[in-house]
Design a protein. Structure first.
Length: 120
C-alpha cells in the first residue's frame, strides 16, 4: 500500500496519474485444452471473436510474455502462465480507467469474458 493511499490522497486502485486499474484473474484447467502457446495463439488469431463488441488493437509483439491490448476505454495487459499443476492462469490488468465506477464495470466484463472462454 502506498503512503499516498494510507493518508487518503488516493482512492483504492488509483495510480499516480489519477487513472484506475482493474485486476482480474482466473485459473483454467486442462478442460480448456490449451497450453501457454495455445492461449497466446487464441488471443492473437481470434481477437475479433474474443472481443466481438469492442474495437481492439494489439500493442505488443506476438512473442511477448504478456499481451497488451488497447480498448476504447484504457488498455489491458493479459498474462497467461502455466502453473505447476499444468493449469493455465490468466490475469488481466486493465489500466488507464477514468473512475472507480469504470473499474467495477470492467471487472464485471472480464469475469464474463473468462466465463465465456471457459464455456467455449
Amino acid at each position: 500500500m502506498s503512503c499516498e493511499r494510507i493518508v487518503g490522497l488516493r482512492l483504492p486502485g488509483q495510480m499516480a496519474d489519477g487513472t484506475f486499474t482493474a485486476n482480474v484473474g482466473r485459473m483454467f484447467d486442462g478442460a480448456l485444452g490449451l497450453d501457454l502457446d495455445g492461449f497466446r495463439a487464441l488471443l492473437l488469431e481470434s481477437r475479433e471473436d474474443l472481443f466481438p463488441t469492442l474495437s481492439t488493437e494489439l500493442r505488443s509483439r506476438p512473442t511477448s510474455k504478456s499481451l497488451h491490448v488497447t480498448f476504447p476505454e484504457g488498455s489491458a495487459l493479459i498474462t497467461p502462465e502455466v502453473t505447476a499443476a499444468r493449469r493455465v492462469k490468466v490475469t488481466v490488468a486493465h489500466e488507464k480507467l477514468p473512475s472507480p465506477q469504470e473499474v467495477e464495470l470492467w471487472k464485471g466484463y472480464w469475469r464474463e469474458w473468462f466465463d465465456a472462454l471457459a464455456e467455449a
